[in-house]
Design a protein around this ligand. Sequence first.
Ligand code: AP5
Length: 216
Amino acid sequence: MRIILLGAPGVGKGTQAKFICNRFSIPQISTGDMLRESVRDGSNLGKKVKTVMDTGALVTDEIIIDLVKERIKKDDCKKGYLFDGFPRTIPQAEALAQQNIQIDSVIEIRVEEAEIISRLAGRRVHLSSGRVYHMINNPPKQKNQDDLTGEPLIQREDDKEDTIKQRLKVYRNQTEPLVNFYQEKQKEGVLSYQSVDGDKTYDNLFKEILIYLEKL
Ligand code: AP5
């Protein structure tokens, strides 16, 4: 099964991605996590993308497409995968289509902006595992510590309020056109497109997505 999770920053793509990937035993391919890993490693790629990410802009299509092409060659992708945060522009989606990669389903998660801002402002992450918490909605067992390793949680540089607003603007201008792009693909019978209201509990949202995926 090959799935794309589409939606603005903070709608819960990463959170739902983990549930879906566990359920279907497929890898989560998060371009955001891959880029953050390269920043942490201090690689040339990391040096190139850090400032762009910190300001809430998008990394170039060229870099992202190369990154994804390499990732999906790995053995764990043979039975499928879930893209979380990719594609994010029309050229990225076209690059995917040009590779003859058959996507089964695009799931769009929708949440109002005020709720997104509160979700992102309260988010804390464990960088090395990508585990995500929320200070109120999903707090760690011990304040500011990852449940499994006890290591400190951090606030992402791009989760400051001004940067969140910038990311939402970038989403509206550069990523939202993909809604129409993939709805058209559904009309052509190429894939299934499902839009879900993300303003519900973690579990209820997952249940709704699961009912849809199990019918595919
Ligand atoms: P990326 O890491 O992909 O960030 P994003 O798309 O902005 O998404 P987020 O990780 O912020 O949010 P999410 O939807 O995963 O929400 P989450 O589940 O964490 O990208 C970062 C940057 O990398 C980009 O800005 C760009 O620079 C670059 N980049 C990445 N991919 C790129 C690409 N393809 N092209 C170009 N550049 C790229 O949830 C958020 C919070 O809400 C958490 O605290 C969570 O606990 C809480 N929460 C989740 N669900 C619920 C719920 N149902 N109820 C209450 N709270 C909830």
